[in-house]
Design a binder for this molecule. Structure first.
Ligand code: DX5
Ligand code: ZN
Length: 224
């Protein structure tokens, strides 16, 4: 787990050309592809589900990182696994049986992540650490791209890092990540940076490449 993983969120892509956008972001240097699934119930917005993910799966070989902002989750996990998601992250706040959801994801042969909202303490994941590959620390309230980074969460990233200890668990940050905020979370222990608006701005492959590079170089400096 050396350098920072950059995971563009296709939430900020041009949905009318989603396949081409995934190919462009792949060529531009994305490490993972972040997929924001919203249900209009757990979060106040609706995006896409397994059929769309399946439709773009063939456009890249990069890891598909699904961020499920849906409740309930368990009934849909198999559909997301079948659609080609490699990592499936569920919210700690989305249901009463987090341990069961994580077990189900692993039974499907996928890696499991847990996301925690800005107001959720890190203690919510204390007893499921051994089922996890990833902890997604939200730095905005989930539901929309383009919101401002909540800097109070940086301290929580430090606490999550301490909680993980020497377990092979990555810390992912999602919300308001840009060249100015990336160093704050990387210095606190983040391994994976999700970014939507800061990467897709400009609307061309050349701008995506420059935007990814700007975040990566800011992150790498903070890591030393
Ligand atoms: C928010 C989503 C994020 C979002 C990030 O609910 O989980 O992945 O796309 O968007 P930016 O990078 O624009 O804050
Ligand atoms: Zn996300």
């Amino acid at each position: 787990m050396s350098k920072t993983i950059i995971a563009p969120s296709v939430l900020s892509a041009d949905f009318s050309r989603l396949g081409e956008e995934v190919e462009a972001i792949d060529r531009a240097g994305a490490d993972w592809i972040h997929l924001d699934v919203m249900d209009g119930h757990f979060v106040p917005n609706i995006t896409f589900g397994p059929p769309i993910i399946k439709a773009i799966r063939g456009r890249t070989k990069k890891l598909f990182d699904a961020h499920l902002m849906i409740a309930p989750t368990d009934a849909y996990l198999a559909a997301f696994a079948d659609a080609g998601c490699d990592n499936i992250t569920v919210h700690a706040e989305a249901g009463p049986h987090l341990d069961r959801s994580l077990h189900a994801i692993r039974e499907l042969g996928k890696t499991a992540g847990v996301a925690i909202n800005p107001a959720t303490p890190e203690s919510a994941i204390e007893y499921v650490l051994d089922r996890l590959s990833l902890i997604l620390v939200m730095t905005v309230n989930p539901g929309f791209g383009g919101q401002s980074f909540i800097s109070a969460v940086v301290d929580k990233v430090r606490r999550v890092k301490a909680l993980i200890g020497d377990r092979p668990i990555r810390i992912e940050i999602d919300g308001g990540v840009a060249p100015d905020t990336a160093p704050l979370v990387v210095a606190a222990g983040a391994d994976v940076l999700v970014a939507g608006s800061a990467i897709f701005k400009g609307g061309t492959e050349a701008s995506y490449r420059a935007n990814i590079e700007a975040i990566r170089s800011a992150a790498d400096k903070a890591r030393r």
